[in-house]
Design a protein around this ligand. Structure first.
Ligand code: FCB
Length: 454
C-alpha cells in the first residue's frame, strides 16, 4: 500500500482518540442514571436502524479499565470522552447523583495513572429526558440547569481534566434534533431548531465562569462540526447557495462565539424563524475561549434549487472516494477549513476533536481487521493537518474518531468508525490495522513534554 511520508508535528502536539457517553457506555439504568432523550428516541419504532439502542453499547461502563489499558498500549496521549448528564443529575435539575460522578472520577484517575490526558465534553447529546419534557433546548429555562450541571462536573473533576468542552456539535443538537427529526428528540421545525441553537450557545457561555472557577488550570472551549462549503458550479446562483449553506452550518455558530453577533445575512434569511435573543445574550455567548474544537469529516457541495430551501446538496465528483456513510473523502478540506478559520476569525488555539471514517470492517480468517481504507484516510488527513500548521494555523492536538466501533446514532451499530473493532456479541475488542498504524505514527512523533498550565 502506498504511504505518505509521515509528517512530524511540534513537540507537545497531542494525539488522542475520542468517544461519547451514550455511544459506548451502556449501563443505562445503573447507579442512578436517569433516562435521556436518546433512550426515548431509540425506543421509538423506526427512529434507529435495526431498532438498535445504547442499552449495552460497548459496555464501557463495566469495561473501562480494559479500554484504558488498550489506549495505553496504543500509546494514545489524550482521550476525549463525554460525561452523561443523566448520570450526574438524573432529573436534569436538582440533586447531584454522586455515583454518576464517581464513574468519571475513576475514569479520570485511571487515565492519569496511565499517562493519558483527559479531555471531557459536557454535552454530547444525551439530554436528561425530564428537561426535554420541560421544553428541551428551545426552552430558555434550560440554561440554568446546564450551568448547574457544568458546575457539578467541573467541581468534582477539576483540573485533573486538561480540557473541557461545553458542547459537542450544537448544529447537530439543534438541527438534527429539532429541525430535521433525525436525532433525538426527533422534532421537525426550523424555528424551534434555531431557538435551540441560541439556547445551546447561551448555555455554553453561561457555564464558562463556573467552569473556570472550578478548574482554573484547565482549558475551556466548545466543539463545532464545520464543513468547508463549495458551490456546485461557477454560476452566481450556486455561489449564493453555497454562501447561504455556509451561513446555516458554519457561520451561525462561529460568528456569535467569535464575533459576538449572528451573521446579518442569515438573520435576514430566517425572517420570522430567527430566534428570540435577549439583551446581553451575545456578550455571554462570546466569552473568550481557550480553544475551539473542530470536528472534520468531509466537505459540502451546494447548488441553487427551486425548492423551498433554495438550495440542495450536490453529489461529490464522480471519481470521488466515499466512506461507508457516503461522505466524500476530501482531506484537503481540513487544510482549507483551518486556513479559512484563521483568516476570518480571531481564532483561539484549535484542537481537531474528531476526524475519522466508517468502513464495513470485519475480521478476516486470521482474526485480523485489515482496514487499509481507514489507514489511508487517517494518513491523508494527518498530512492535511500538517499543511495547515505549515500555513501558520495554531492547532494543538488531534483526536481520531473513534477509539472503537460504537453506537452511531440513527445508524445504530451498522456503521463502524473505530480504530478498534468491537464484536457486539462478545464485546471482544480487536485493534484494527489502523490502530496499529496510529500507534506507530504516535511513537514516531517528538516526545511529549509535560505541558505548562494554561
Ligand atoms: C459526529 C459525532 C460523533 C460521531 C461522528 C461520526 O457528528 O460528534 O458522535 O457520531 O460524527
Amino acid at each position: 500500500m502506498p504511504t505518505e511520508p509521515l509528517p512530524t508535528f511540534p513537540p507537545g502536539f497531542r494525539w488522542g482518540v475520542a468517544t461519547a457517553s451514550y455511544q459506548i457506555e451502556g449501563a443505562v439504568a445503573e447507579d442512578g442514571r436517569g433516562p435521556s432523550i436518546w433512550d426515548t428516541f431509540c425506543a421509538t419504532p423506526g427512529k434507529v436502524a435495526d431498532g438498535d439502542t445504547g442499552d449495552v453499547a460497548c459496555d464501557h461502563y463495566h469495561r473501562w479499565e480494559d479500554d484504558l489499558d488498550l489506549m495505553q498500549r496504543l500509546g494514545v496521549q489524550a482521550y476525549r470522552f463525554s460525561v452523561a448528564w443523566p448520570r450526574v443529575i438524573p432529573d436534569g435539575t436538582g440533586a447531584v447523583n454522586a455515583r454518576g460522578l464517581d464513574f468519571y472520577d475513576r475514569l479520570v484517575d485511571g487515565l492519569l495513572a496511565r499517562g493519558i490526558e483527559p479531555y471531557a465534553t459536557l454535552y454530547h447529546w444525551d439530554l436528561p429526558q425530564p428537561l426535554q419534557d420541560a421544553g428541551g433546548w428551545p426552552w430558555r429555562g434550560i440554561v440554568e440547569p446546564f450551568v448547574a450541571y457544568a458546575d457539578a462536573v467541573t467541581r468534582r473533576l477539576g483540573d485533573r481534566v486538561r480540557g473541557y468542552a461545553t458542547l459537542n456539535e450544537p448544529w447537530c443538537s439543534a438541527h438534527l434534533g429539532y429541525g430535521f427529526g433525525e436525532h433525538a428528540p426527533g422534532l421537525r421545525d426550523l424555528a424551534q431548531a434555531l431557538q435551540a441553537s441560541h439556547h445551546l450557545l447561551l448555555a455554553h457561555g453561561a457555564a464558562l465562569p463556573a467552569m473556570r472557577a472550578n478548574a482554573p488550570a484547565a482549558r475551556h472551549g466548545i466543539v463545532l462540526n464545520l464543513y468547508p462549503t463549495f458551490p456546485a458550479s461557477d454560476a452566481p446562483a450556486d455561489a449564493a447557495a453555497a454562501r447561504r449553506f455556509d451561513g446555516f452550518f458554519n457561520r451561525w455558530y462561529l460568528d456569535p462565539l467569535l464575533r459576538g453577533r449572528y451573521p446579518d445575512d442569515m438573520w435576514a434569511a430566517y425572517g420570522a424563524d430567527a430566534p428570540a435573543v435577549e439583551d446581553g445574550d451575545l456578550e455571554v455567548i462570546a466569552r473568550p475561549l481557550d480553544f475551539l474544537g473542530v470536528n472534520y469529516y468531509s466537505r459540502s457541495i451546494v447548488a441553487a434549487d427551486p425548492g423551498p430551501q433554495g438550495l440542495s446538496m450536490a453529489p461529490p465528483p464522480a471519481d470521488a472516494e466515499r466512506t461507508e456513510m457516503g461522505w466524500e473523502v476530501y482531506p484537503q478540506g481540513l487544510t482549507e477549513l483551518l486556513v479559512r478559520l484563521d483568516r476570518d476569525y480571531d481564532l483561539p488555539p484549535v484542537f481537531i476533536t474528531e476526524n475519522g471514517a466508517a468502513y464495513p470492517d470485519a475480521p478476516g480468517a486470521d482474526g485480523r481487521v485489515d482496514d487499509a481504507d481507514r489507514v489511508r484516510y487517517l494518513e491523508r488527513h494527518v498530512a492535511a493537518l500538517a499543511d495547515a500548521l505549515g500555513q501558520g494555523v495554531d492547532v494543538r492536538g488531534y483526536f481520531a474518531w473513534s477509539l472503537m466501533d460504537n453506537f452511531e446514532w440513527s445508524h445504530g451499530y451498522a456503521k463502524r468508525f473505530g480504530l478498534v473493532h468491537v464484536d457486539y456479541a462478545t464485546q471482544a475488542r480487536t485493534p484494527k490495522r489502523s490502530a496499529r498504524w496510529y500507534a506507530d505514527f504516535i511513537a514516531r512523533q517528538p516526545a511529549v513534554a509535560a505541558e505548562a498550565p494554561a
